[in-house]
Design a protein. Structure first.
Length: 439
């Protein structure tokens, strides 16, 4: 917890990203949808009308920096609060200080970094003070606040979505780092052609990554007798040898990517599906998790349109279990392409959802006597099994015995499509129903 009234620049020797932390909206890169001239957040800041808010966005897009800029612009006491190192005791101390400030007519802004790390009790501790205006809460999170912030607290905060920085934003930032005295403005640096553009692409929308990569490249450059630095293609290649993919195996991006994979396969787009698969695996996702999701997809989205789809998915899971990464990538690719190109039917999924609705509404519906086993004399005396017709005894291997409860007689949950092999099952089902109806 750190209380501040003025936030200065980084000290000499600090990392480049800290030295170049923007001190004003004019130095801030990106987020023009919020901070462009006349945009709502810019107006709130400039007019000192800031209310409680949540900044939601991926790492390195300026959530903390923006809070610090607000601290410089607003006429309020500013408290920087970390959800990683603070608990209920620290929250109460902050709230007591905020109450003192309020009695003297001073506003208090409490900035909570990584607010999603607070549990419900900790988040609830802020609520009464936000409600009565003792504090203006600004929370920062990389996770979807709909799931990670208490509904009561969230309803009292305006959510601003910060986006990954565009390559042109990062390029502007890198050029400023090269020219600004807080960066490398006092040095002569020669870059290989297109070097800054390559760093901007490598950073993947993350300003911190862009500046850290630039700093690494300059520090590892070749220095001549006059002190000039040359950043060659070879140095740059070493500094950008592996892209840092935006991914959190337990966060929202995890679900975004698996959703993209599912929907690409559902749309019969193998190229997109393989791309999303690679995004997940190269970022460190467990291949067995992906394989499990493929088995679900095989039945939910392909079903009996291609009954082999489930076999392929299960085989891919077994191969991943036996071989592991990176060799199992080809097995998952085979399954993903197969599922993408297979004919699609969600008839099985829809059938279960229809049946589930009736099952939940009629959980007490008794099983028809004909379908009950009668292993004891008492159960036989109670007519368990009475009226049961053994299908194998019939020439057609069919009987007209009713298997649904009386209240649900005639329901049809499974409605096959004409897709792929399911057309065969549809014809068979129609034939069975026609025979049972005596047609």
């Amino acid at each position: 917890m750190e209380q501040q009234t003025l936030l200065g620049g980084g000290e000499a020797g600090a990392p480049l990203a800290a030295r170049l932390r923007p001190q004003s909206l004019e130095e801030f890169a990106g987020q023009r949808h919020l901070l462009g001239e006349g945009k709502v957040l810019r107006r709130l800041i400039e007019e000192d009308r800031v209310s409680s808010m949540i900044f939601w966005g991926p790492p390195g897009v300026g959530k903390t920096t923006l809070a610090r800029i607000i601290a410089r612009r607003t006429r309020a006491s500013f408290i920087d609060f970390s959800a990683v190192t603070s608990g209920i005791k620290e929250i109460r101390a902050v709230m007591q200080q905020a109450e003192e400030n309020r009695r003297f007519g001073e506003k208090t802004i409490v900035f909570v970094d990584e607010i999603h790390r607070f549990n419900k009790a900790q988040q609830d501790a802020f609520l009464p003070f936000v409600e009565k205006g003792s504090i203006i809460l600004i929370g920062a999170t990389t996770e979807n606040p709909s799931f990670e912030v208490n509904a009561a607290l969230l309803s009292r905060c305006k959510v601003f979505v910060l986006q990954s920085l565009a390559p042109e934003d990062l390029l502007w930032l890198l050029n400023r780092a090269v020219e600004d005295p807080r960066g490398f403005g006092g040095q002569k640096i020669d870059f290989a052609p297109g070097a800054l553009e390559r760093i901007a692409r490598f950073a993947n929308g993350d300003a911190r990554t862009a500046l850290s990569t630039l700093e690494m490249a300059v520090l590892n450059g070749e220095t001549d007798a006059q002190g000039a630095v040359s950043v060659t293609d070879e140095v740059l290649e070493q500094c950008t040898s592996r892209k840092s993919l935006l991914y959190d195996k337990t966060g929202e991006e995890h679900y975004n990517l698996i959703s993209a994979l599912h929907k690409s396969m559902r749309n019969s787009d193998p190229d997109a599906a393989v791309y999303w698969l690679a995004r997940m695996l190269e970022a460190g996702e467990d291949p067995l998790y992906v394989a499990r999701r493929l088995t679900r997809f095989a039945s939910e989205d392909v079903g009996l349109a291609d009954a082999r789809a489930l076999e392929v998915a299960v085989a891919a899971y077994q191969a991943c279990h036996w071989i592991g990464m990176p060799e199992c990538t080809v097995h998952l690719t085979e399954a993903v392409v197969y599922l993408s190109l297979a004919p699609k039917s969600n008839a099985l999924y829809v059938a279960y959802e229809r049946a589930k609705k009736d099952a939940l509404a009629q959980l007490a519906e008794p099983v028809p006597l004909a379908l009950r086993n009668a292993p004891t004399k008492l159960m036989q005396e109670l007519d368990y099994g009475k009226g049961y017709e053994y299908a194998h005894d019939a020439p057609e291997k069919l009987t007209r015995m009713q298997c649904l409860p009386d209240s649900l007689a005639g329901r049809d949950y499974y409605r096959p499509t004409e897709q792929g092999q399911e057309a065969k099952w549809k014809a068979r089902l129609e034939q069975v129903k026609a025979w049972k109806a005596g047609r």
